[in-house]
Design a protein around this ligand. Sequence first.
Ligand code: ADE
Ligand code: ZN
Length: 318
Amino acid sequence: MTDLEARIQGLPKAELHIHIEGSLEPEMMFELGQRNGVTLPYADVAQIHAAYDFANLQEFLDLYYAGMSVLRTRLDFQDLANAYFQRAEADGITRVEFFFDPQAHLERGIALDTVFEGLHAAAQTAAKRGISTGMIMCFLRHLTEADAFDLLERAEPYRSMLIGVGLDSSELGHPPRKFKNVFRAAQQLGLRLVAHAGEEGPPEYVWQALDELGVDRIDHGNRALEDQGLVRRLRADQIPLTVCPLSNLKLCVVDDLRSHPLRQMLDDGLLATVNSDDPAYFGGYLNENFLQIAEALGLSWKELELLAGNSLSASFDS
Ligand code: ADE
Ligand code: ZN
């Protein structure tokens, strides 16, 4: 471990943008496939790695949803989340607010109870090891708002396990406004609100997430920088942005980490945080994101401390 890696590991920090299903490593995908008799369209782990070459968000999502087919039992979800929490611990993370996609499991015939109970069991183990966690249930935006309402109702027995709801999946063509009513209902249940916006979608989607959904944080937010009025708003209200450098590179949201908007976000006084998104698919967990973006943008140690501090202040238990 280099000196910088050790210092990054030692920074107290939270991860606020991790899709737990996106932490499914190819090795575990194979193992669970065998355990559950699910045949994968790959001969070996090397073939899976080779398939992870994405031109955009949708190309990734297609493999992300296909990869999940091996998750079938409560123990599978528990093993998946345990493995991520162990990596989080190794990275020096003290707080994790993680996303999960129940609709992607329900539509494969997996009971909601299996998903919640498996993830919750892993969260309890993490707590014993000093990592506090919060579960954020995401609505898939390529589905309808009625589908989202259906999920919110079905999740009622598990309300106490949740800290919030989110909005993910294919962004273009699915503006936040589409989910205005279900977000209001979730807010009335006392849940915190977040939404992916401005990853591929225009600044207008970030405005809608703020003004029509009333979100507490924006996930990604890259394209917000195209609108100076929006930048002023994000700065004035200190809306946290959960930025994911390696994801942006792998999904061609940026051509090169050296031109990543995080530099401008910091210069503009925005409350940016660094996160891993779907680390098993994008080539690095949280510390690797810190390290690579620090090197590419020449971030100072003070800036790295600021980013880590931002993650703690933007977390929902702060
Ligand atoms: N689901 C998992 N990862 C995602 C991302 N980066 N954007 C939108 N939906 C996702
Ligand atoms: Zn994401």
